[in-house]
Design a protein. Sequence first.
Length: 277
Amino acid sequence: MKNQKKTFNSNLIITPNPSDKKLTQSVKGKNELGEKIDLSVVTEKALTIYLNSQEIVTTMTLGDMPKELAVGYLLNQNMLQYNDYINEIEYDEDLEVVIVRTQRKTNYEEKLSKKIRTSGCAVGTVYGDMMERFSDIKLNQSARVKSSWMIKISQNIMNIPSLYLKAGAIHGCALTFKDNIIAYVEDVGRHNAVDKIAGWMFLNNITGQDKIFYTTGRLTSEMVIKTVQMEIPILLSRSGFTESGVSLARDSSLTLIGRMKGKRFIILSGENRVVYD
């Protein structure tokens, strides 16, 4: 975990696997004409995350990338530090448990008492001191995003085979280098999708300083906080904004761009990084 941070490497691309039978289930129903239909719906499974011997949280998730999700969640809650050495990550599919074991001894009993429900779907939960690193992070001011990149990113994401196209009821997040999509993941909760990418970046020593983050979900305070904690300077979405999200983006100098549709978009923070081409 202490290796030099990497930039883009095409061998590290990850995308959803719509053909994975564990991620969807066929159910029978009827349509508006009373006709019998078979419909694919996404699965929703409980996953309990442990840090060493301490149970941290149980979240409802799609079921793929459990190790990356656990590591990303712990990072974004400031329970796992970026200089921590992970000895082992154990996943028991039958018990629906992930255990992240670190060299550093940990105890977050007091922190766990400060639980806050978020606007995230699939039972989003953060803790009261999630902001403890936020104000100390300095985002890359030289990072840029071209308007042509935003158009290409949106188009390319629509062409990626996805569970959304197969079954709907799901959120997606992408990590890009310029207009190249490095990783695209999905989950029933948008916060889970973010955590999967955060965990994947950490485990593969990928830096966020020269990257762009894309989400299909709303630009909420939680989305902004997690993007900043990944040290990614630019956040894009096809959806809209919340007041808290905009305020935090401005406080952290994060470039915040939403309502992306075709060639249209709205910038509410960090316009200095946008190149109109």
